[in-house]
Design a protein around this ligand. Structure first.
Ligand code: GRF
Length: 204
């Protein structure tokens, strides 16, 4: 029996994460058999054009998707990957521990409602942080709160602007997301009984 490695990608922005995921399927960073079967955008955006370039017709759904609508919205994809998606997801039981997000900072700092894009990097610079990075986490019913799967760090430089820092963080995202998603797709993620901590079998 082959396992179902279908993923739906949800986005609201420029779609670089979607492109990285598609490239990761092509070059083997994601498991053989991984397929992006749906792209949902919360608005018409560059990410929709990127999806079409990949041969996937995106579906624009502007509102918050109700939990009981999620499975049909993603055409039954087994996993849901948030890629700069700005709407709150409320996780139905069927998708518990099968939805992932990437955030461009080291959670639990600099996350939550309103903390996205340049707002995150501006806050990191405002606080004089010496390192930043990215966090891949399972999604629960709050923004940026679910159990952490992986983090990667990068330095913050004194002359950084939000844009230069964002670019350095994004380079780490391109490594972290396929690696953590691969662990999820291959069944190597375990979540503690209290739902707070995730571990990846075999991760150092
Ligand atoms: C990424 O920085 C990601 O961390 C955050 O949203 C951004 C998406 O960028 N969740 P893009 O729309 O994929 O270019």
């Amino acid at each position: 029996m082959t396992s179902d490695l279908s993923i739906a990608v949800l986005l609201s922005g420029s779609g670089r994460t979607l492109v990285n995921l598609a490239a990761s399927i092509g070059d083997g960073r994601l498991p053989r058999g991984t397929r992006i079967t749906a792209v949902i955008a919360s608005k018409a955006c560059l990410g929709c054009d990127r999806a079409r370039e990949l041969g996937i017709e995106p579906r624009v759904m502007p509102g918050v998707i109700a939990p009981d609508q999620l499975e049909s919205a993603v055409n039954g994809a087994r996993f849901i990957v948030l890629a700069g998606y700005l709407k709150l997801i409320r996780v139905p039981a069927a998708y518990r521990h099968r939805i992932v997000n990437i955030h461009p900072a080291l959670l639990p700092s600099f996350g939550g409602h309103g903390m996205y894009g340049h707002h995150v990097h501006e806050a990191v610079l405002h606080h004089g942080c010496k390192v930043s990075g990215c966090t891949v986490h399972l999604v629960d019913d709050e923004y940026d709160r679910g159990p952490i799967l992986a983090q990667r760090t990068c330095p913050v430089r004194e002359d950084d602007t939000p844009d230069t820092l964002a670019a350095r963080v994004f380079a780490e995202e391109c490594i972290a997301y396929p690696a953590a998603l691969s662990a999820l797709l291959t069944g190597r993620v375990r979540v503690s009984p209290d739902g707070r901590r995730a571990t990846i079998a075999g991760a150092r």
